[in-house]
Design a protein around this ligand. Sequence first.
Ligand code: MIC
Ligand code: SF4
Length: 656
Amino acid sequence: MGKSITRKLLESHIAEGSWNPGSEIAIKIDQTLTQDATGTMAYLQFEATGLPKIETELSVSYIDHNTIQIGFENADDHKYLQSIAVKYGIILSRAGNGICHQVHLERFGKPGKTLLGSDSHTPTCGGIGMIAIGAGGLDVALAMGGAPFYLVCPRVVKINLIGRLTPWVSAKDLILEVLRIFGTRGNVNRVFEYGGPGVKTFSVPERATITNMGAECGVTTSVFPSDDITKTFLSAQGRLSDWSEITADGDAEYDKVVEINLSKLVPLSATPHSPGNIATVESLQGMPVDQVCIGSCTNSSYKDLATVARIMKGHVAAPNVSLVIAPGSRQVMQNIEKAGYLGNLIASGARIDPAACGFCIGNSQSPSTRGISLRTSNRNFEGRSGTHDAQVYLVSCETAAAAAITGKITDPRKLGMKYPRITMPGKFMIDDNMFIFPKTIEDPSLVDIFRGPNIGAPPTNDPFPADIKGTATIKVGDKVTTDHIIPAGARMKYRSNVPKYSEFVFETVDAGFSARARQIRDAGRHNIIIGGESYGEGSSREHAAICPMFLGVKVVLAKSFQRIHTDNLVNFGILPITFKNETDYERIDQNDELEIVNAAKSIADGQPLVVRNKTKGMNIEVLYGLTARQQQIILAGGSLSLQRKKAEGSIDKNHG
Ligand code: MIC
Ligand code: SF4
């Protein structure tokens, strides 16, 4: 049997283990990316490793999330990141240069390479034929230091594209259709690999829209072949020499094949409050709209904004609509300006935001009370927009522009316009002046690191307790996202200050949680979180593990977990366990007293764990799926503690 692209690329990077879906493997990482919101913690952790410089082929530190700068905190973080980049040989992309995923695709993405990023949408670069994976900051820090990245060898699902999209239907509608088919859970440790004749009908940025939002399905990553279309894109970026062809073998073996006929697709929308709640735009027609936001790492390429500009030409946003446009990168902004499209957008009344995450993460442009907001971004979790009761619908650029004109949800096919077909520039205007490239520093130890008062040291943890004696401090339902666990938006400026940020854990779900957890911790007891299905969906932010760790959480017992969050919990010494019988979820209430006797010893011996619900007087069987490597991490109290122990030589080298 032949090989898939996924298998070829993973096998060519394998550092430990071998191709065997379901088992743990480790891969060499060629490139890393960080963004400012996850980056400060990642670099604090990199500093803690004591390494003099990075070991990757290329590492880029982007400043794109917290660019709002109310108060000193964000600006201090930016200065910290800049000084770190100089010291360790990292490329810095300055605030204003664009969203990490869009910029990486344009300037650094290289077919055949591996990329690890401290952001869940790192799979965007799968659109250029890379294996691009999102992870917590600590894993990225370790990869920067040359360590391999551990993952479960994935099962590969082929999404076979046939036919071609009809006018007004776009790549966004295809990924919404993929979300309709696969949903947001149950796809952990899978890769979506796109193939079939329909692939050639998508440009690289359109492919990137698809791989970007694949993250919402919970897959490890998504990947497209690298073909002539990829070659054309790289040539337009002045990077033809970075191109190589990457295709699957004709008889490649897949775990599953799902065919999608592009010509049958219609405009779709993800309705509140999950990217997996899919409806046709036709079924939502007529709903009045308060806001239209176009941008984010999903839909902010040259073609996206040129299309919007052509649709909006000669129209002004309807009086009830606040129209916001955030280009994905400075390059996109410069090129739409050169082509005259920026002028059309300004004339249409659009409020042009900087090339950054902006509205997508709720730190600006929050909608009105109960406002209906149509967005081209990838997540519509409750409250993410910054307005708790806003209703966010995720749509394509075409559907967003149609609503901006009419003031209500409108199937763009009903606009009565000719579909604007955009001619892409043969060569993009390229200006790399907002990158700071590393110089060779004679003695990096002499470089001063800037640390503002908001930047603390990464917190440490104690070894895993012999017995767990604790409380079910909170019980949550299904699909609790990392946005629920630790909010982004206006709170994000505390990312570098764990004690302060920890005050906001579960803020939107149960504002009393943080104080309760501190009390339990300070009384010498353990906090336990009870979760439903797909606990920890969404963002890669490791603060959803670090802050609970700081509050004394030792165990999360859920029906199921998402991948990145599981890895983050383990990295910070919190044990993720699942119910053996899901119905036992009902046998624990908030505030119940729970105990796991001999917890550390059982984990060390690979023996089953039993949770005793002391309040209800019953035992609950639980499962944990730790590899030998993860067992050691948990027992040590997290990756950093384990590293420190190893450095102190307190671990038998034969087992370390
Ligand atoms: C997001 O889209 O939720 C974010 C903000 O980009 C996060 C990263 C973060 O929390 O800093 C992500 O997707 O990983
Ligand atoms: Fe930024 Fe939004 Fe993309 Fe996250 S999803 S990287 S916040 S644009």
